[in-house]
Design a protein. Structure first.
Length: 96
């Protein structure tokens, strides 16, 4: 697995997440300003953002594996592959 391609993929996903948040904020603002119900649009946007975060988590896990690191599910810290507990938050890594 090419680490640079994974980094580009992660950056692209982060950019798309930012765009979706901006769009969600704009829609919420417009809905409030015009007294319209935006709950359907909000639900769709939240679902799309959650899916993007899942994709980002998968890419980050691939990046960590390529660098032989273990990612803490609690705080996102990279830890040595043989670590039992996270070096940042102390979460047990074997539960990941």
């Amino acid at each position: 697995v090419d680490v640079s391609k994974l980094r580009i993929s992660a950056a692209d996903l982060n950019n798309e997440i930012s765009k979706r948040f901006e769009s969600l904020g704009r829609a919420a603002y417009e809905a409030k300003k015009t007294d319209n119900d935006a709950s359907d649009l909000t639900a769709e946007s939240v679902k799309a953002i959650d899916e993007l975060y899942e994709q980002l988590d998968a890419v980050n896990a691939q990046l960590a594996a390529a660098r032989e690191k273990m990612i803490c599910k609690n705080c996102g810290q990279e830890n040595a592959q043989d670590a039992v507990y996270c070096s940042r938050c102390g979460h047990k890594l074997s539960d990941n």
